[in-house]
Structure formats: C-alpha cells, structure tokens
Design a protein around this ligand. Structure first.
Ligand code: ADP
Ligand code: NI
Length: 217
C-alpha cells in the first residue's frame, strides 16, 4: 500500500477510536503530535513514516480507553497486521507505543530514534500554550480547582502521584509534571522546542500570580 493511502487509513481509524474523548486524548492531540513528530524527524533524520504512524496511533492503546492495556495494544497490532505487510515496521511501531504507554512514558527509556522523536512530540503537546490549555480543560473535567493558595501559595509540587485528582489543583500540575518535562527530552531539537515552551509557561505563571494578587508583588 502506498504511504499516503496508509496514512489516510490510519487517520480514519484513529478518528473513529478517539473521536469521543474529552480528557486530552482526542483526535486533535494525535494530529498535533504527528505534525510535531514529522518536523522533529526531518531535523533529526528519523524515519518519518514510522514516526507518523506511531504518533497517530500512540493513544489508541491507552488503558483509559480500553478494558486493559494489553487489549488496547492487541487492538493496534491487529489493525497494523491487516494494513502493513512489513513485520519489522509493525514491531517497531508497537515497541514505541508500548514504551510510551508506561505511566505517560516515564518508565523504560525509548530504545530507537523514532521512539524518541514521538515521545518528545507527545511531551511537547503538554507544554506551552497548548499544554496550559489542556491542563485547565483536563482539570475541569476531573473536578480539580484552578488554583488554591491555601493549599499551595505558589503552586509547588504537592504529591508524587499526580493521577490522584482528589488532591491538588490545575496550577499544581505545572509543578508536579509540566515544568519537569524539558529535562526529559530525548532529541536536541525537541529540547530546544521544550525550552521555549517552558519559558512561556513560566511567564504564564508569573502573570497568573500577579493577577491573583491584585497586581501586587
Ligand atoms: P499523554 O497520555 O498524552 O501523555 P496524559 O494522559 O498524562 O497525557 O494527560 C493528558 C493532558 O491532561 C496533558 O496535557 C496533561 O498535562 C493533562 N493532565 C494530566 N494529568 C493532569 C492532572 N492531574 N491535572 C491537570 N492536568 C493533567
Ligand atoms: Ni499523548
């Protein structure tokens, strides 16, 4: 199958699988990760087809959208088996998705350049203006308040396990996770983009506290 058709069919499958999600794993997240991964892949000289397919599919196997992680991974492999005849490429894409799905990708190190590119692109989508927007949408969906200075005056890291939504606020999520991501980037171009988005988030937090404090301090 030619690459353009394969990518179109993958897009249709991902749209069908993620269309209903409102917790940050929607189609447009996958679409942004795919576009960012293609840019990084071009600069880092990684295989663009592998990066594109892995980026598009990376959240389809997520355990939040499936009865279990194993069933999610099997669904992706079954789909790839019937659309791609190169078993080396299928195994590579599955390795990337499997490694990324370990608690948001903070588990085993990514073994291949293509995996590093896709993981960087996924992390970049949690940073900058988009990252800020996703954090507040996600927090609203989970009932987390925007900010509470009685809990943590200037945010701060409240807990290691940021998936416990009963504690903490949207602003805490910057300290729990987002401000740590730039130091976890794999590729040098990914790190450069992360640094810019990191600075943007620091500027956002400064302005946020300034307004919160009636433009004082
Ligand atoms: P992914 O699987 O794409 O790496 P996650 O499932 O960890 O992402 O998160 C999806 C989006 O929701 C991200 O933008 C992330 O920053 C945000 N998010 C995740 N956990 C929290 C939380 N505890 N509080 C606020 N936002 C969160
Ligand atoms: Ni993702």
């Amino acid at each position: 199958m030619n690459h353009t058709l394969l990518i179109e069919q993958t897009e249709a499958f991902v749209r069908e699988q993620l269309g209903q999600d409102t917790t940050g794993h929607d189609w447009w997240h996958s679409d942004r990760v795919r576009n960012t991964a293609a840019v990084i892949a071009g600069i880092e000289k990684a295989d663009v087809l592998i990066c594109t397919l892995a980026a598009l599919l990376h959240d389809v196997a997520d355990e939040k959208l499936n009865p279990s992680k194993e069933e999610g991974l099997l669904k992706v492999r079954t789909w790839l088996d019937s659309h791609l005849d190169n078993s080396g490429q299928i195994d590579h894409i599955m390795l990337i998705i499997d490694t990324m799905s370990f608690s948001g990708g903070s588990g085993a190190p990514m073994a291949t350049l293509e995996g590093q590119v896709v993981q960087d692109a996924d992390r970049l989508d949690a940073l900058g203006a988009i990252g800020i927007a996703r954090t507040f949408v996600f927090s609203g969906a989970k009932g987390r308040p925007m900010h509470d200075p009685d809990i943590a005056p200037r945010g701060e890291s409240l807990q290691k396990e940021y998936r416990d939504y009963s504690k903490g606020t949207a602003v805490n999520h910057f300290y729990e996770k987002l401000l740590k991501l730039k130091d976890l980037m794999n590729t040098s171009y990914g790190r450069k983009l992360a640094e810019e988005r990191h600075q943007f988030m620091l500027g956002f937090l400064d302005q946020f506290y300034k307004e919160w404090n009636a433009d004082g301090e």
